[in-house]
Design a protein around this ligand. Structure first.
Ligand SMILES: NC(=O)c1ccc[n+]([C@@H]2O[C@H](COP(=O)([O-])OP(=O)(O)OC[C@H]3O[C@@H](n4cnc5c(N)ncnc54)[C@H](O)[C@@H]3O)[C@@H](O)[C@H]2O)c1
Length: 384
């Protein structure tokens, strides 16, 4: 007889991430033996027809256009926030006040000040909370982190991260929240948040940044056929960073690169070795060490699918690999494995750190100067 308790989830937002998270809850019990059984009980959105369609497609028994009523349901244990960034904090705060655990998609908010409100609310309510940095949970990226922690590259000197896509390259792409600064749709926060998280997770806190941004297409067609809408976000940004450890790094983030679908790459150079990850081959990691036999000079390709590698044993036989969707399944497994005690990682505090770095990059690009993280934190404290 099944004795494990059910954990009931309300998903707020039925778009790309609502679908990815619904997939995560459904597949998780197939991949890991959990102490509880996840069940998505309701999904919400603003447009009745569309959210109803999504509920049927994702096999969720109830849907609503009233997210407040949905998250306050007595049977809901976890609120999973999958709306645009500018609509995250209101939901996180309401969920925390209703005593629900919260999983919030990245970035935490549209601004650092707003993000502070979200963190304060979950702390005050004492509820579990996590931010959706799912890329941490791909086997090769988790292995990259593990190898750095094990000292495989020695002391980290340089970090390099880039993420190139072509989703904004076509001027005919209509306006939506991704072009709207008020809803937090910046390229810095969209692509950068994941990379900043990975950088701080692997190398430690970023202390200061020097950034530049560009908006190549200043207007977009209005989806409702009205006058063209003004774009208020960056199409591309790049930054130099200095970590508190003394390591240096670079970020390049762009949604305007023709024929680049989702080309993310990470590289770490340390005193004794190099690690390189290329998302197009997401089950692989490249590694070379100074003390390798000189006849093996270069980087070797590790297949991050061995049962000894993080997450890999739970998935498919060697050589079959995993994909992006697996990171959402692994996210559910990691969070629910320690239900209801926690702790959940990465926490909203991590999300807020990342938000501070995003804000430092925006300020640096606007003012054409180095900006410290301490400055961003001080400014937020003064304005409260
Ligand atoms: N972890 C990842 O890999 C990943 C990938 C893509 C997006 N995201 C993040 O997930 C979140 C949602 O992105 P998405 O791609 O699912 O977006 P989407 O546009 O596909 O879906 C957004 C959902 O929010 C609703 N919505 C749209 N505008 C709204 C508004 N102004 N107020 C309230 N609700 C609104 C929509 O109706 C829809 O249900 C964002 O924070 C985004 O940055 C994460």
């Amino acid at each position: 007889m099944e004795t494990r308790p059910e954990v009931c989830i309300a998903i707020v937002g039925y778009g790309g991430m609502g679908k990815a998270h619904a997939y995560g809850y459904r597949i998780a019990p197939l991949i890991r033996t959990l102490p509880c059984r996840p069940r998505v009980v309701v999904i919400t959105g603003r447009h009745a027809k569309a959210v109803e369609h999504a509920a049927h497609a994702y096999d969720i028994p109830a849907w609503s256009t009233d997210w407040r009523a949905a998250i306050e349901r007595d049977d809901v244990d976890v609120v999973d926030v999958c709306t645009p960034p500018g609509a995250h904090v209101e939901v996180v705060v309401a969920a925390a006040r209703a005593g629900k655990a919260v999983l919030c998609e990245k970035p935490l908010a549209a601004s650092y000040a707003e993000g502070r409100r979200a963190l304060a609310a979950v702390r005050e309510a004492g509820v579990l909370s996590a931010i959706g940095f799912n890329y941490r949970r791909l086997p090769a990226i988790a292995l990259l982190k593990q190898l750095i922690d094990d000292g495989a590259v020695g002391e980290v000197r340089l970090w390099r991260a880039r993420w190139l896509t072509d989703e904004f390259a076509d001027p005919a792409t209509p306006f939506d929240w991704r072009f709207d600064r008020g809803l937090g749709g910046t390229t810095i926060a969209d692509l950068g948040a994941h990379l900043i998280d990975l950088a701080e997770w692997m190398v430690g806190e970023i202390a200061e940044v020097l950034a530049q941004s560009a908006t190549f297409i200043p207007e977009r067609p209005d989806p409702g056929g009205g006058p063209a809408r003004r774009v208020t976000v960056d199409d591309a940004s790049s930054a130099l960073v200095r970590f508190a450890s003394g390591a240096q790094g670079t970020f390049e983030l762009a949604r305007s690169c023709i024929r680049r679908p989702c080309d993310m790459a990470l590289e770490v150079n340390g005193t004794r070795g190099t690690l390189f990850f290329d998302y197009a081959r997401l089950n692989e990691l490249w590694f070379g060490a100074a003390d390798d036999d000189p006849r093996l000079y270069g980087l070797r390709r590790i297949r991050a699918e061995h049962p000894r590698h993080p997450y890999a044993a739970q998935w498919w036989p060697l050589g079959q690999g995993v994909g992006w969707g697996s990171s959402f399944v692994n996210q559910v497994c990691d969070l629910l494995e320690c239900w209801p005690e926690g702790p959940w990682e990465p926490s909203l505090a991590v999300g807020l750190r990342v938000q501070a770095v995003c804000e430092a990059m925006e300020r640096s690009a606007a003012e054409r100067r180095w900006v410290t993280l301490a400055e961003v934190e001080r400014a937020a404290q003064h304005s409260e």
